[in-house]
Design a protein around this ligand. Sequence first.
Ligand code: HGY
Ligand code: MN
Ligand code: MN
Length: 417
Amino acid sequence: MLTDLRIDDTRLLQRLDDLACHGAREDGGVSRLALTDADKAGRDQVVAWMRRLGLDVTIDAIGNIHGTRRGRSDGPPVMTGSHIDTVATGGLYDGNLGGLAGLEVIEVLNAARLETTRPVAVGFFTNEEGARFAPDMMGSGVHQGSMDLEACLAAVDVNGATVEAELARIGFAGDTPCGNFRAAAFFELHIEQGPVLEREGITIGAVTGVQGISWTELVLSGQSNHAGTTPMGLRRDPMVPAAQIAVFVRDMSDRLGGSQVGTVGALTASPNLVNVVPASVTMTVDLRNTDEDLLQEAERRLAGHLDRLAADEGVDIETRVLARFEPVTFDPDVIGLVAEVARDLGHDVRRLPSGAGHDAQMLARVCPTGMVFVPSVGGISHNPAEHTDPVDITAGADVLLRTLVQLATIDSEKSES
Ligand code: HGY
Ligand code: MN
Ligand code: MN
């Protein structure tokens, strides 16, 4: 009976631990930046697992890994997946849980010798985080056609390495063209990375959509000078407006309220020396909102503030858009299916938007898409302390299993179930 299928939690938790060895940090977290040696080791690991599960494995031109389990029909597959690249101070679950739970679903179907109507595919998308190469959601963006392959291959990291060169170096410059992989539906399991589910004591989140994301790099240029001999009134010090921008982003977000958030996450002075007034400061601003109009308002307010600051402080401020995604709403039927399956499995469920970006927000442009969240302990993520309780991991993976099976089997089979 389809409804009797359950994941093997020990096997899934073991895979999570095994994958975490690739890029393991001494504090228990994971550093697996996109296309680094650690990412290569993780990629090799998931490909080996895919082959052992009998999947047809393809690597596309931006390095996305797809494993497909055949179905009775050879039409578009029902797809799940996520990413295994992490931020430099990542945890075990962001992205990794979604891909490995997808492999666990395959293993359950194999053990049950269940032939689905539609193929079932698991995808591991390149550079979801955008922490080394901007923009984020790069692999899934190229995969569904909203990002240009050549432009993404030319993206460079802080050391000038390109995505193209790094894909070749780690052996994941695939020959499968991008954009040909059309899923019938896409469904991603992910940790919430926020405080809502834990605070309300709820196990499953039926995700309604993903908020808009606006990443901008600012380069503030002034005049480098001696810290001791330069009178304060004669300085063109870019660090002062940089600090004011960080405070402005926080205050503006508080004033806009609602779901508006704003972060200055990266800031580097040059030459970054104790006794030198900086020549320049490079920093980033991450603005997000579930409402596109309000996100544009936040961008306008920031731009106006930068103009005023540049004039007042006598510095030059150059801006460069690193990433820009409008808010996305998931498929109501898939959201409803998640909630229904979660309740059938005896779990509390609530609907909520995602504050974090996900590959699902790219796939939502081309096929019915949904996500299921499980709680993050303390709402912590992008932090080595990231944790989700095994009982919640199991619950989320069972919801994934049941949802994928329902999406991959035709009505007559469902009635037998
Ligand atoms: O930044 C994000 O929300 C995602 O983790 N890339
Ligand atoms: Mn993620
Ligand atoms: Mn992340």
